[in-house]
Write a protein that binds this ligand. Structure first.
Ligand code: PHE
Length: 342
């Protein structure tokens, strides 16, 4: 029996030494010390021992139980230490590693100019109106005195959605004029900045998507003088008090008379240079007095009311403002480029 006990001691201690997980230790405890365990089984045979042997074997069995219990406890502690150490190691935070930089965005240069132009007009009492980018050809053309068959409606220039060419991506912000005049009666003073689309090949000065800002004023007694005053105010606010404008006769179907407005080149003061391509003047926008037919079509009596309208190219304004030589830079979304303007 002594031999059996010593054998159990050796076997259990070795197994405990080799255990790699707490759950293994628990099953070893059951295997050796449990009610049906090996050590218990040996002790149950104590009755067959002689009275001299009994206390000695009893003492030995108790020693072995104590040794196995201690070994189980020590090993469990060691395993838990090991687990904790491994977890601390894997979850360690190196507080000396530099933080991730927090990159602040910046307003797009186009939006800066857009907001500035809106501010200038809001300061003159204008309200901001909006219209859809997907527009009825009726609004984009017909109601703007540009009937079917007019060259401006050409499929080569306009993105149509259907065979009948009845819906398109608006080619100008001018349809917002019609929407506003149909919705409310004079006095009207609105601007409408937004995206417009034309089938242009992409190059340094063209893009199939670009931006315009429409302006519309309708009231009793509005004249070309009001148009000039308003646009001169815009130009002086944008380019400084010395900025000069030039109004040239032009043609648009929905204004009569129509004009184009140039601003004197601020680079060369009209001498002619690279910026203005030797012209001395830089084209800024198209404008004119709202055609009586357009007013009447929107239910506004042209005998009572008159108005002016204009359309500014916001992309060009932005390029001029920040001396950006290539329109594509505005739409490529290279953060290194865009961050320069915030
Ligand atoms: N819509 C015209 C264009 O795209 C500009 C314009 C607007 C002209 C308003 C006159 C009045 O070129």
């Amino acid at each position: 029996m002594r031999k059996t006990l010593e054998e159990i001691r050796a076997r259990s201690l070795r197994a405990i030494g080799e255990a790699a997980e707490p759950s293994v230790l628990e099953s070893l405890r059951v295997k050796y010390l449990g009610k049906k365990g090996e050590l218990t089984a040996v002790l149950k045979q104590m009755g067959s021992l002689s009275p001299e042997e009994r206390p000695l074997i009893g003492q030995l069995a108790n020693d072995i139980r104590a040794a196995v219990e201690k070994a189980l406890g020590d090993k469990l502690a060691a395993l838990q230490d090991e687990l904790l150490r491994a977890r601390l190691e894997s979850e360690a935070i190196d507080v000396t590693v530099p933080g991730r930089p927090f990159i602040l965005g910046a307003r797009h240069p186009l939006k800066i100019v857009w907001d500035e132009a809106v501010d200038i007009f809001v300061g003159m009492g204008f309200q901001v109106a909006e219209g859809p980018e997907i527009e009825y050809s009726d609004y984009n053309f017909t109601k703007l005195n540009t009937p079917e068959g007019h060259p401006a409606r050409d499929r080569q220039d306009t993105f149509y959605f259907d065979e009948l060419d009845s819906v398109c991506l608006r080619t100008q912000t001018s349809p917002v004029q019609v929407r506003v005049m149909e919705a409310k009666k004079p006095p009207i003073r609105v601007i409408s900045p937004g995206r417009v689309y034309r089938k242009d090949e992409v190059d340094a000065t063209h893009s199939p998507m670009f931006h315009q800002m429409e302006g519309l004023v309708v009231d009793r007694g509005i004249t070309m003088g009001d148009l000039k005053g308003t646009l001169n105010t815009l130009v002086k606010r944008l380019y400084g008090p010395e900025a000069l404008t030039r109004f040239r006769p032009h043609h648009f179907p929905f204004t009569e008379p129509s004009c184009e407005v140039d601003v004197q080149c601020f680079e060369c003061r009209g001498q002619g240079c690279r910026v203005c391509k030797g012209e001395g003047w830089i084209e800024l926008l198209g404008a004119g007095m709202v055609h009586p037919r357009v007013l009447a079509g929107c239910g506004i009596d042209p005998e009572v009311y008159s108005g002016f309208a204009f359309g500014v190219g916001l992309d060009r304004m932005t390029m001029r403002r920040y001396k950006i030589s290539d329109l594509r830079l505005l739409f490529e979304n290279d953060a290194r480029f865009l961050a320069q303007f915030g």
